[in-house]
Design a protein around this ligand. Structure first.
Ligand SMILES: Nc1ncnc2c1ncn2[C@@H]1O[C@H](COP(=O)(O)OP(=O)(O)O)[C@@H](O)[C@H]1O
Ligand SMILES: [Mg+2]
Length: 261
């Protein structure tokens, strides 16, 4: 038996905007170290779920737990301090800082809130070493001193992942990390995500079914504000309710795709 509480747990989570119910009783339990892909039609509420988990929005009712502790209603920085980091659909890096400086900012920021200022100064050396290590992890060694603004789009997204994990969070939320990338960029990027999140819990919203089935231990299917299925990729593929609600055409597409390679 695994005694550890789930990394992320949603209990009957609900969110309304005005009179419109957007999240309508979502349940989910993600084990530590699990990689979960969240799929579902546009407007199903996937980004809203991430906003509720990361503290950007407070739920109308229900609970969000991080490692067994309630986090619903807490501000984002507090949830981040508890070990959850999120990257946004919009790139959030400093354009006029280099790759290395961006990563060092990410590391220092996390040290800054964990330690007193003197302790913080004594940690600068560690922060530099950690930032250096991150440059390598995201595959940008040759671009170490290039300003973020001068990177390619895919490189900027890689840097963003680096900044997201720089603070040492063990639960990572990525909202459509491969949006706007070519097929080959996507494939490369998914490998990167896999490498930098080893041992961490990962929730990622992803549209490309080939990517989803390759990356995820489990798939959560969100339709109309509910998690209608949460299972292994094989089981989700075979789930009739999912096929009817959403997946039929998407699975057919990804299988046709695989056949093409
Ligand atoms: N702040 C908001 N105010 C009002 N409606 C919102 C807000 N955020 C999202 N919505 C609505 O909630 C629904 C779900 O949106 P979203 O979570 O972005 O879906 P997804 O990420 O699955 O495409 C959409 O109909 C969207 O218009
Ligand atoms: Mg979205």
């Amino acid at each position: 038996m695994n005694a550890a509480p789930p990394a992320i747990e949603l209990r009957d989570l609900r969110k309304s905007f005005g009179r419109t119910d957007i999240i309508r009783g979502a349940h989910l339990s993600v084990a530590p170290g699990e990689r979960v892909a969240i799929i579902g039609p546009n407007g199903a509420g996937k980004s809203t779920l991430f906003n509720l988990i990361s503290g950007r929005l407070a739920p109308s009712s229900g609970e969000v737990l991080l490692h067994g502790q309630r986090i619903d209603g807490k501000p984002p920085y507090e949830i981040n301090r508890m070990g959850l980091a999120r990257s946004f659909q919009i790139t959030n890096i400093f354009p006029k800082l280099s790759v290395f400086e961006n990563l060092r900012c990410g590391v220092l920021w996390s040290l800054g809130y964990r330690y007193s200022f003197l302790r913080f100064l004594s940690r600068l050396h560690d922060a530099n070493a950690r930032a250096e290590q991150l440059v390598g992890m995201i595959g940008l060694k040759s671009k170490r001193d290039v300003l973020a603004v001068n990177l390619t789009y895919a490189e900027q997204r890689a840097l963003e992942i680096g900044v997201t994990i720089a603070g040492g969070a063990d639960v990572i939320l990525l909202d459509e990390p491969t949006a706007g990338m070519s097929r080959s960029e996507t494939r490369h990027f998914i490998n990167l995500i896999r490498e930098v999140t080893v041992g961490k819990t990962l929730l990622t919203v992803e549209h490309d079914m080939g990517v989803v089935f390759g990356l995820a231990d489990k798939i959560a299917v969100v339709v109309y504000g509910e998690v209608i299925a949460f299972d292994t990729p094989e089981a989700v593929r075979a789930n009739r309710r999912v096929q009817e609600a959403y997946l039929g055409s998407a699975v057919a597409d990804s299988q046709a795709d695989e056949g093409g390679h």
